[in-house]
Design a protein around this ligand. Structure first.
Ligand SMILES: [Zn+2]
Length: 301
C-alpha cells in the first residue's frame, strides 16, 4: 500500500507518496508555502490543498497519512504544544485536520519523524538494519530528539518521548524559551554556541567561522567554545546512553556537521558512562532535508 507523508514546516509544507513500507520509491513529491502568517485555519487548508495536488498528480486517493509537525500533540489534551509556529499551540490540530481530510491521520513531531526516517531508511538502516533502539538528535537552531524502538516512535505519556533538547544540562546556558534554565538547547544549539563565543570574545561570529578558527588554532575563544561544546555534548548525551542505551545515535542539523563530535565528543561521553567502555554507534544523518517527509510517511507504514 502506498504511504503518504506530510512534513509541515513554518515556511514550507512538503508531501510525498512512497510506493510502500518496503519499497520507498517516490511516486509523487510536492512542496508548497505554508503561509503560516495567515493563521491556523489557513494552514489546515494548505495541507488539504497539498493532499489534493498529490492526489491529482498520482491518481491515488489516500485512506490515511502521516504528518510531521513543529510541536507535539499532547496525548492527554489532544492539543498541539511547544510549536514555534505559535498560532498552532493549544489547537486540536489532529482532530481538525482529520475532519477536513475525512480520514484518520498519524502525527509526530519533526524530530521524531527525523529519527524514524534515519532508523528505517537512513544511516541506522544502512549500518545496523536490525537495531533495536535508535535515538535521533537534531542539533541545529534548536535541539530535538526522537526515540525509535523496533521501528516505532515512542511518543510517551506526555508526548515528550525523546525530547533531549529540554532536559537540564548546565546552569551556564541560562533561561530557555521553554521556561526552564540550562536546557541542552541553551548550551549546544547553534545560536547558543554563537552567543557563548560572543560572551567571551566580544565578537560576533557564525558557527562555521568559529569552527574554522578552532581548526586554524589561532583563536583561544573559538578553542574554548568548541571545547565546551564537546564536553557538554558528552555530558548531555551520556544521560541518554545511561537510560536507554541505544544501539545507534543518529545526529543531524548544522551542529552535527562538526566532525570532532564523532571523536572527541564521544570520548567526552565515555567519561560519564556506567560501563568500562562506550560501544554506542554514532552516525551522521544521511537523508538530509528528506528525513522529515519520509519519516512522516513511515508513521503509517
Ligand atoms: Zn528548554
Amino acid at each position: 500500500m502506498p504511504l503518504w507523508g506530510i512534513d509541515l514546516g513554518g515556511t514550507k509544507i512538503e508531501g510525498v507518496i512512497l510506493e510502500s513500507a518496503n519499497d520507498t520509491k517516490v511516486i509523487s513529491r510536492l512542496r508548497i508555502d505554508t503561509e503560516a502568517d495567515q493563521g491556523y485555519e489557513h494552514i489546515l487548508d494548505r495541507i488539504v490543498l497539498l493532499v489534493q495536488k498529490l492526489s491529482a498528480e498520482s491518481g491515488l486517493t489516500p485512506v490515511t497519512l502521516g504528518i510531521g509537525t513543529p510541536g507535539t500533540l499532547d496525548p492527554i489534551t489532544q492539543t498541539l504544544k511547544n510549536s514555534n509556529t505559535t498560532c498552532m499551540n493549544g489547537k486540536p490540530f489532529k482532530k481538525d485536520l482529520e475532519a477536513k481530510l475525512g480520514f484518520p491521520i498519524a502525527l509526530a513531531n519533526d524530530a521524531n519523524c527525523f529519527a524514524l526516517a534515519e532508523a528505517r531508511l537512513g544511516a541506522a538502516k544502512r549500518v545496523m538494519p536490525d537495531a533495536e533502539v535508535v535515538f535521533g538528535v537534531i542539533m541545529g537552531t534548536g535541539v530535538g530528539g526522537g526515540l525509535v524502538v523496533h521501528g516505532k516512535v515512542i511518543n510517551g505519556r506526555q508526548g515528550n518521548g525523546g525530547e533531549w533538547g529540554h532536559i537540564f544540562l548546565d546552569e551556564s546556558g541560562g533561561p530557555c524559551y521553554c521556561g526552564q534554565t540550562g536546557c541542552v538547547e541553551t548550551v549546544i544549539a547553534g545560536p547558543s554556541l554563537q552567543r557563548y563565543y560572543e560572551s567571551i570574545s566580544g565578537k560576533k561570529a557564525t558557527l562555521k567561522e568559529i569552527v574554522k578558527s578552532y581548526e586554524a588554532g589561532n583563536d583561544p575563544h573559538a578553542q574554548a567554545t568548541i571545547k565546551r561544546l564537546l564536553e557538554m555534548f558528552g555530558k548531555g548525551i551520556s544521560v541518554i546512553i545511561n537510560i536507554i542505551d541505544p544501539d545507534i545515535i543518529v545526529m543531524g542539523g548544522g551542529v552535527s556537521n562538526i566532525d570532532l563530535l564523532y571523536t572527541e565528543g564521544i570520548a567526552e561521553a565515555s567519561k560519564h558512562i556506567f560501563n568500562t567502555k562506550l560501544d554506542t554507534i554514532f552516525l551522521k544523518a544521511e537523508l538530509g532535508d528528506s528525513a522529515g517527509v519520509f519519516g512522516a510517511a513511515m508513521l503509517v507504514g
